[in-house]
Design a protein around this ligand. Structure first.
Ligand SMILES: O=c1ccn([C@@H]2O[C@H](COP(=O)(O)O)[C@@H](O)[C@H]2O)c(=O)[nH]1
Length: 296
């Protein structure tokens, strides 16, 4: 694929969107019980009506929309067509689109997964969630594509599900798995660093480039708002933190402040707790506004 580029990198576009609209990300998770609650059938027609309603209500309001790919894939190619239209519609209305697909594989396959970050892709998105389970180096093709196209990645580090620590807090030498992930992403946000290089020395500078602003990098991590304590060191990350787990999974705005304080570039993301307010567009907007205010 040949590729024209976003002239402004994802990290800067995200910082600009947050400045204009606040940091809230709303997830599109059209699971069957939710469609039923909205009075919609669990089929492609229901999926489209749900998705159009959420995009219509929120794409002009929130900084980021995060469609969960699984809920579209389960409806086959027609479900993916709904997702393609939603991504285009959301971006046209000014929201950044983070595709939550948690991709991760060996290099050649990762390269293909990363094509969704190219502007000429039928579902071109601004950023993608990726899984580091095959090793940080396996994600390099996605990093290269993101750099080339001015898009972003969020890497699973300390996820919001209750049993995540069983793997993510396991020790690799002196660090946890999650810390290796965070440190790798810190490297990606450092110009010139490649996997295998010594980690950049942040010299004790907290949040070097991690606050919103011109220095926000395009590579972020996922750290759940459900953690009892922040057991990874995010200092000097240089990029944003996507924080899921709010609302239905039990995380609260107070948890977010306890874990991350106020000085980091955190994107809190809420799906079910906002979507449950639909299908009325005003009610959806009000639910998102309530979260935005509580998180403010
Ligand atoms: O650690 C993670 C990473 C991603 N998710 C995704 O978020 C939504 C669930 O959001 P709710 O606000 O709880 O409805 C879903 O798409 C997950 O795959 C996560 O929950 N935790």
């Amino acid at each position: 694929m040949s590729t024209p580029f976003e002239t402004v990198p994802f990290g800067q576009r995200l910082a600009d969107a947050v400045a204009a609209r606040g940091p809230l990300c709303v997830g599109l998770d059209p699971h069957a019980p939710l469609l039923e609650r909205w009075g919609l059938p669990d089929d492609v027609d229901g999926l489209r009506r749900f998705t159009d309603a959420v995009v219509e209500a929120l794409a002009g309001e929130v900084a980021v929309l995060k469609p969960q790919s699984a809920f579209y894939e389960r409806h086959g190619s027609r479900g993916l067509a709904v997702l393609e239209d939603a991504v285009a519609g959301a971006r046209a209305a000014g929201a950044l689109v983070l595709l939550d697909a948690k991709r991760g594989d060996i290099g050649s396959t990762m390269d293909a997964y990363a094509d969704v970050l190219r502007p000429e892709h039928p579902m071109a998105v601004d950023a993608l969630t990726v899984s580091p389970y095959l090793g940080p180096g396996a994600l390099q093709p996605a990093v290269d594509t993101a750099r080339l196209t001015g898009s972003g990645l969020f890497v699973l580090a300390r996820t919001s599900n209750p049993d995540a620590a069983a793997l993510q807090s396991a020790a690799v030498g002196e660090r946890s798995v999650a810390q290796v992930v965070v440190d790798t992403v810190r490297g990606w946000n450092t110009p010139g660093w490649v996997v295998g290089d010594p980690l950049p020395d942040v010299g004790g500078v907290q949040d070097l480039g991690s606050r919103w602003g011109a220095t926000t990098g395009s590579f972020g991590v996922v750290v759940g708002a459900t953690l009892r304590e922040l057991d990874v060191d995010l200092d000097g990350l240089g990029g944003p933190v996507l924080a899921p787990g709010l609302g239905t999974q039990g995380g609260t705005p107070a948890d977010l402040r306890r874990l991350f304080g106020t000085g980091r570039a955190v994107v809190p993301t809420v799906s079910r707790d906002v979507l449950a307010a639909g299908p009325d567009p005003a009610a959806l907007r009000a639910a998102a506004a309530r979260w935005a205010e509580a998180l403010g």
